[in-house]
Design a protein around this ligand. Structure first.
Ligand SMILES: Nc1ncnc2c1ncn2[C@@H]1O[C@H](COP(=O)(O)OP(=O)(O)OP(=O)(O)O)[C@@H](O)[C@H]1O
Length: 304
């Protein structure tokens, strides 16, 4: 197996009495996109800041390749990062921002224009960042991270503020970066935002590791659900009670958890209940995520 692109080993950060990161260990495989997931305040940003040498760990190590960030000789060529989309100087244009960084990264103005083009900001290159939307700032953050053509890309909440089109774009971008053999670590507190983008997931809660696996293994934990529409809702609810199914109101029908379409279809047929829709609603990953991280599950409708 290739050696990890990122190693987090017994990493701990205490702020007074708060253990923001608590004995955290995981690795990120090279050439893959890894989602770093956890609810708000679970320690994602603090971990990334330690990885980038911006915060001193209380204990443990955070390595990029085989060394801490501060020991990397030409860091911009090794690792690119965007931690906060809102930290750009509002009076500077997008291009100006990149040009200001170019000397320390060791790239030309042409490269600044190239990355702006890559993230779809060519037309906004000469506009002041203060007038950018949140999604445009995210794109500029990405351009900043990519400026030195790094092998490892670390992004804090890159999907935040992107519209659905932007999320599709981001997905394509990460797929192409991974295809080029680059490694990406993306944090998010919303699994759904990065689900279609990542190969692997690392889930943390209260600064501790909850789970690290491939997305496929993570999906295997999820309970499947089935969507049903019927002109006889009362009979269907009675059937669900009889079978001990967990059902939930959903727009125009029900969501039945933990069963497959064949089970529901044959039971409804047996009970003489007409169905107008019977579809696999897929794995309910968000519920698994919320359960693993101990977050309260949002009510999606009355659970019967
Ligand atoms: N400089 C600091 N001083 C004191 N406490 C801090 C500091 N930075 C972070 N914390 C605390 O550490 C914990 C983890 O915060 P962190 O920002 O790393 O979480 P996060 O998972 O990135 O959250 P979010 O998804 O909201 O960005 C929180 O309780 C936070 O209040």
């Amino acid at each position: 197996m290739n050696s990890p692109a990122i190693t987090i080993d017994g990493l701990t950060k205490r702020f007074g009495a708060v253990a923001a990161v608590d004995d955290l260990s995981f690795t990120v495989a090279p050439g893959r996109v890894t989602g770093f997931l956890g609810p708000n305040g679970s320690g994602k940003t603090t971990t990334l800041r330690m990885l980038l040498g911006l915060v001193e760990p209380t204990a443990g190590r955070a390595l990029i390749g085989d060394r801490p960030y501060r020991q990397i000789r030409r860091p911009a060529q090794e690792v690119g990062a965007a931690l906060e989309a809102s930290s750009f100087h509002p009076g500077r244009t997008g291009l100006w921002h990149l040009k200001a960084l170019a000397p320390q990264v060791g790239v030309s103005t042409a490269r600044c224009r190239e990355v702006l083009d890559f993230v779809g900001l060519t037309e906004a290159a000469d506009r002041r960042v203060g007038g950018y939307s949140m999604g445009m700032r995210q794109r500029l953050g990405l351009a900043t991270a990519l400026l030195g053509d790094p092998r490892v890309i670390i992004l804090d909440e890159p999907a935040n503020g992107l519209d659905p089109q932007g999320i599709v774009w981001l997905r394509g971008l990460f797929r192409s970066l991974a295809h080029e053999g680059r490694t990406a670590l993306l944090s998010s507190h919303v699994l759904a935002e990065v689900r279609s983008t990542v190969d692997d997931v690392v889930v943390i809660s209260n600064g501790r590791l909850v789970r690290a696996s491939t997305l496929t293994e993570f999906e295997d934990l999820a309970v499947h659900a089935v969507r049903v529409r019927t002109p006889s809702p009362a009979s269907f609810v009675a059937l669900a009670r009889e079978r001990d199914w967990r059902i939930e109101d959903a727009p125009g029908g029900f969501r039945v958890h933990g069963v497959d379409t064949a089970t529901v279809g044959s039971a409804a047929f047996g009970a003489g209940i007409e169905l107008h829709e019977l579809t696999d609603a897929g794995a309910d990953l968000e519920t698994v995520f919320l359960h693993l991280t101990g977050s309260p599950t949002p009510s999606m409708g009355a659970v019967r």
